[in-house]
Design a protein around this ligand. Structure first.
Ligand SMILES: Cc1ncc(COP(=O)(O)O)c(C=O)c1O
Length: 477
């Protein structure tokens, strides 16, 4: 017997449950399949979370396939509904790039945005078609550009250095290399300053003052096919107005680019839609965001008498953020009288660097006692040697004991992808769940994995297995 999460002190703090078909997953704290079992356990994708931890270990990223697929479909269908021309949603895989996630979004007919050779390689290995891949980045290396040209993906050119480097590679390409030009639109939005990218003082994109010179230069390169313009204004944005403004700015530049004879057929408006991390967050729905972007581009085209371009958008966080939870095991506790109680879990800033980097706030619940009264207010601390390694500053929870399974909601975006081995802590495993089945998608690192890339030259001591034999040899010569 399971019930949806709408009861007790735990659920009282969630928004009322919505119909799965109408919920916009970015507005949901938990994956859309989240339920409470008769054993009072959290279930995701039909799987009992404490059981998953027993089976796959702790900490564990638990990705709900149904939420991820529903979100992909919502973007696809909203574009069809609101945009009168051709469109494509591409997944900003920096949010979480791994084979399984890239495979799901590819099956759902989305393209993929990549920002490094590593992300590009993963997308291709997962089955993404080259012409559905967009390669971003403000400092792509020569090798990365060579790789992108050989693969035939679209390259989003960010600056003059990249443009000139790319031109030196054109002889190696069988056909004109498809590029988009990234521009800095000069739009500010209210989000953390590290994740604002559209204001003029940004490391990304061509400054508007340079753009006409860029158009002129590109128009003289027969080996380049400049098929589009791109901009991205930031992340975790709750206002829709900046995206409406962006539409107008982009169509203005589209019109200018066509005056230079560039065959611009696509406008890529980036991503940025926010998600609900706590009850205090109230982002627009995916449908509302897509409607804003679509109407802005369509209206600006009509006003300027410009044919409708293909509309591309690049959601990352809002596509995968709410599809995943992280399960930790509770360990030590420390009470500082009259100040606070720290409850420590077996992960922290190495598997989720967002709280220490952006002061992000998360919601937690206890997977093995979902309806127990929220009798305590505690600080959830990570296990790292850093006082700032705090997962949640102030969490209302039931009384906790070592061994309880603490779950943090909405960890699908920028958690695994920003994870590190700080303190030589192995990165956790990840599973994808659906219909009561769980499949490993990322193996847990072992402590042996941690020394795999280390080299111990002979002069520093004893060899460590055979891993270092080449280096030993080279150094001793
Ligand atoms: C170029 C570009 N596109 C898309 C995204 C995805 O943004 P979000 O995860 O906020 O949707 C980012 C992230 O910062 C980005 O830099």
């Amino acid at each position: 017997m399971v019930s949806t999460i709408d009861l007790s002190q735990t659920s009282r703090r969630y928004l009322p449950p919505r119909q799965t078909s109408t919920v916009s997953p970015n507005q949901s704290l938990l994956p859309i399949t989240a339920q409470v079992s008769s054993a009072d356990h959290l279930m995701v994708g039909g799987c009992d979370v404490p059981e998953l931890v027993k089976q796959f270990g702790s900490p564990l990223y638990i990705l709900d396939e149904a939420t991820l697929r529903a979100t992909c479909r919502q973007y696809r269908e909203a574009l069809q509904r609101h945009y009168p021309g051709e469109s494509l949603a591409i997944y900003a895989s920096k949010a979480w790039n791994c084979l399984a996630v890239c495979a799901v979004v590819t099956q759902e007919a989305l393209g993929i945005d990549v920002v490094s050779a590593g992300e590009l390689y993963t997308a291709i290995e997962a089955g993404a078609a080259a012409d559905q891949i967009y390669f971003h980045g403000n400092n792509k290396s020569l090798e990365e550009l060579q790789y992108a040209v050989s693969v035939g993906c679209r390259i989003v050119v960010d600056n003059w250095h990249e443009l000139r480097t790319l031109v030196t590679l054109l002889g190696t390409a069988a056909a004109p290399v498809p590029i988009l030009l990234r521009l800095t639109p000069g739009i500010e939005c209210h989000t953390h300053e590290y994740i604002q990218t559209g204001h003029l003082d940004s490391k990304f994109g061509f400054d508007p003052e340079q753009l006409e010179a860029v158009f002129d230069y590109v128009s003289q390169q027969s080996g380049l096919a400049c098929i589009g313009l791109h901009a991205h204004i930031g992340s975790q944005i709750f206002e829709t107005q900046p995206h409406a403004d962006l539409g107008d700015v982009m169509v203005h530049w589209l019109q200018k680019a066509t005056q230079y004879g560039l065959p611009i057929a696509e406008l890529d408006v980036g991503g940025g839609l926010g998600i609900r991390y706590t009850e205090a967050d109230d982002p627009p729905t995916i449908d509302a965001w897509v409607a804003t972007v679509s109407q802005a581009i369509a209206q600006a085209c009509e006003q300027r008498g410009v044919p409708l371009p293909r509309l591309i958008c690049e959601p990352g966080r809002s596509l995968i953020g709410s599809a995943c939870v992280t399960a930790y095991t509770v360990g030590s506790q420390k009470t500082v009288p009259d100040i606070r109680t720290y409850v420590a879990v077996d992960g922290g800033m190495s598997d989720n660097p967002r709280p220490i980097t952006y002061q992000s706030v998360y919601r937690s619940l206890v997977a093995n006692q979902m309806s127990s009264p929220l009798s305590e207010t505690v600080t959830i601390a990570g296990k790292h040697c850093e006082s700032g390694d705090v997962v949640i500053q102030s969490a209302a929870l039931p009384a906790l004991e070592a061994g309880d399974i603490l779950v943090i909601a909405a960890t699908g975006a920028y958690n695994y992808s920003m994870a590190s081995n700080y303190n030589r802590v192995p990165r956790p495993a990840a599973v994808i769940v659906g219909d009561g089945e769980a499949y490993l998608i990322i193996r847990r690192e072992t402590i042996q994995d941690l020394v795999r890339q280390d080299c111990l030259p002979a002069m520093l001591g004893k060899r460590v297995g055979s891993l270092n034999s080449d280096v030993d040899h080279a150094v001793s010569e």
